[in-house]
Every structure is written in C-alpha cells, then in structure tokens.
Design a protein around this ligand. Structure first.
Ligand SMILES: NC(=O)c1ccc[n+]([C@@H]2O[C@H](COP(=O)([O-])OP(=O)(O)OC[C@H]3O[C@@H](n4cnc5c(N)ncnc54)[C@H](O)[C@@H]3O)[C@@H](O)[C@H]2O)c1
Length: 301
C-alpha cells in the first residue's frame, strides 16, 4: 500500500463499524499499518463481539495492507495501555491514534439517569483519556530518547460537544470534555513533536440512523454526502507529516466540507476598575449582551 501514511502505524478505536471502520480502511489505503480496535458493543454499549474488528482487519489484509485486531474496552486503563503495547509489538512503533469508539444513550435531561450518564461519559471521555494518555507517554519517551516523533492524536468530539444537542446532555458533556482535553493535549505535547486535534464528524452510521433516518438517507444517485467514508481522508491527512503545523484545533467534517471551529474565544468585555456594585451590573450587562456575538443554536432547537 502506498500513500501519505507510508511507514506509519495507527490505532483506530471503535474501528469495527461506522466511521472507525472507514477511517481504518482509509489509513491502510494510505499505507499505514493498523491496529483495529473494537469491543463489538451494541449501539447503546451492551455486549461484545470480535466479528466487526476481524472483518475490517481481513479487508485491510485483502487489499495488501497489515492489520491486527484489538478487542479492548477503550475506557479500561490497563487494556488501553496493552493496546499501545500491541501496536509496538506488532509493528515496531506507533505514530497515530484515532480515538473514535463510543455509543449513545439519549435521554431528555429531566429523565436522564445515573447509569446512562456514567456509561456515556466513561466510553467517550475516559476512553479518550486512557488511550491518549498511554500514547502520550510513549511519544514523550521516544522524544526523550532522541527519536524523531511525529505523533498524532486525533480525537472525536461532536457538534453536540461544541454546540450542545437536545436529548444528549451526557453525550454533549462528554464530547465537550473531549474538545477541551484536545486543547490541553495539544498545548502539552507539541514540544515532543505530537499534535492533538479533534473532529466533529457527521455521517450515516447506526448511531445517527436511529434518530435522523430521513436526513441521513443515501441519494439514489450523485454524491452521498453522509457516507462515513467522506470523513476519513481528512483523518488520514491529520495523521500525516503534512499536518505538523495544525495543533489544538477542532474541525467539523462531512461530505466534501471541512470547517474549523473558532473554539471558546473571549468576546466583549466591560471593565470598571474596581469591584462592581450588584446594582450597576444590570445596565452594564444590557450593553455587553447587545455588543456580544449571538449564541449559535443548540442542535434540536
Ligand atoms: N455518526 C455521526 O454522525 C457522528 C457525529 C458526531 C460524532 N460521532 C462520533 O463518531 C464516533 C463513531 O461513531 P459511529 O457513528 O461510527 O458509531 P458506530 O456505532 O457505528 O461505531 C462505534 C463503534 O465503537 C465501538 N465501541 C463502543 N464502545 C466501545 C468500547 N468501550 N471500546 C471499544 N470499542 C467500542 C462499537 O462496537 C462500534 O463498532 C463516536 O465517537 C461518535 O460519538 C458520530
């Protein structure tokens, strides 16, 4: 296989289905050797199966690439470490980590329950934390040994995590956490030759088909904007040496569209030079809110 990732070794989590599957196949097409991680969980995070990950690894081998399967739960601290070790044992190095695994348990906030919150925050936020953390330690060790490091951490946030989404409080909170985690990873790891960026994808997978079946339908002919494969070339590019100067950014990616988010940026300020009296704040706030950028709509409103 030859392409922009020749000689690279990548881990893709949740690579048995949907977006992760498309990413793993594209990274392999671009020349990377791939650890195909997937627990084989249901859309709501129940059960396990090694079928989906094995199928993707077979497809990679069929096209002449190299792949190994990993069935770890991404939010299991020691299993996440073993995943990093597996990449190094199998292929001698690790360059790219695509954190993608996850599931949803949507509930309106007033009905949200503790178990669903714990499960959703665990798989997304802790899953990103565990795999990213062990990869970061490996990248830093390599840099300290004087190796040339071009480490890439590619996280999966969501429009829900940046803008909010009705019925997805836990998911939005976890994905918002991933966006901020990415900023810190980028700031801390840049000096070791590592970049961390996050994507907010939009694609037709079992996750979105359940809720947005009509919006996600494939057209009879023409460009299938919602095909998960549309997102993967950008993942490959972020994994490559060409993206070295892009660090700590969040991108929305779907169809043929790539948008960079502005992130949390300070907007207007009022300043009084001493402690405010509570009675003074009302008029000052009217002026401040008048000048401030209007908030972006939350998904589903
Ligand atoms: N599809 C979209 O439009 C969309 C939008 C925004 C964000 N995302 C995010 O993209 C990522 C991929 O979602 P998808 O739409 O492809 O869903 P999907 O359900 O098709 O794929 C997710 C995969 O993750 C695996 N998985 C679940 N829990 C795991 C665990 N603990 N350890 C290892 N693997 C596990 C599942 O077995 C599954 O194969 C998710 O993080 C999702 O939140 C998707």
């Amino acid at each position: 296989m030859s392409g922009i990732l020749e000689g690279k070794v990548a881990i893709v989590t949740g690579a048995g289905r949907g977006l992760g599957r498309a990413h793993a196949l594209e990274l392999a097409r671009q020349g990377a050797k791939v650890v195909v991680n997937d627990l084989g969980a249901s859309n709501h995070g129940e059960g396990t199966s090694d079928g989906p990950a094995n199928e993707v690894a077979s497809l990679i081998r069929d096209m002449g690439g190299e792949a190994v399967v990993n069935g770890a739960d991404v939010a299991d601290w020691s299993a996440a470490k073993a995943m990093i070790d597996q990449a190094i044992d199998a292929f001698g190095r690790l360059d790219i980590v695509v954190n993608n695994a996850g599931f949803v348990r949507d509930q309106m906030f007033f009905k949200a329950d503790e178990d669903a919150f714990d499960a959703v925050v665990r798989v997304h936020l802790k899953g990103h934390f565990c795999v990213g953390r062990h990869a970061a330690a490996y990248f830093r060790d390599q840099a300290k040994k004087g190796e040339k490091v071009a480490g890439r951490i590619i996280n999966t946030s969501s429009g829900a995590g940046v803008l909010g989404s009705v019925g997805q409080a836990s998911y939005s909170a976890a994905k918002g956490g991933i966006a901020t985690l990415t900023l810190v990873q980028a700031a801390e790891l840049g000096r070791y030759g590592v970049t961390a960026n996050a994507i907010c994808p939009i694609a037709r997978t079992r996750m979105t088909e359940e809720v947005f079946a009509d919006a996600m339908k494939a057209p009879e002919d023409g460009f299938d904007v919602n095909a998960p494969e549309n997102v993967s070339p950008f993942i490959a590019w972020l994994g490559s040496d060409e993206s070295a100067d892009v660090n700590g950014r969040i991108f929305e990616v779907f169809g043929g569209t790539i948008t960079v988010f502005d992130g949390y940026r300070r907007d207007q300020t009022v300043e009084i030079g001493r402690r405010w009296d509570a009675k003074e704040i009302g008029p000052a706030m009217n002026e401040l809110m008048e000048k401030a950028l209007k908030p972006v709509k939350v998904y589903g409103t």
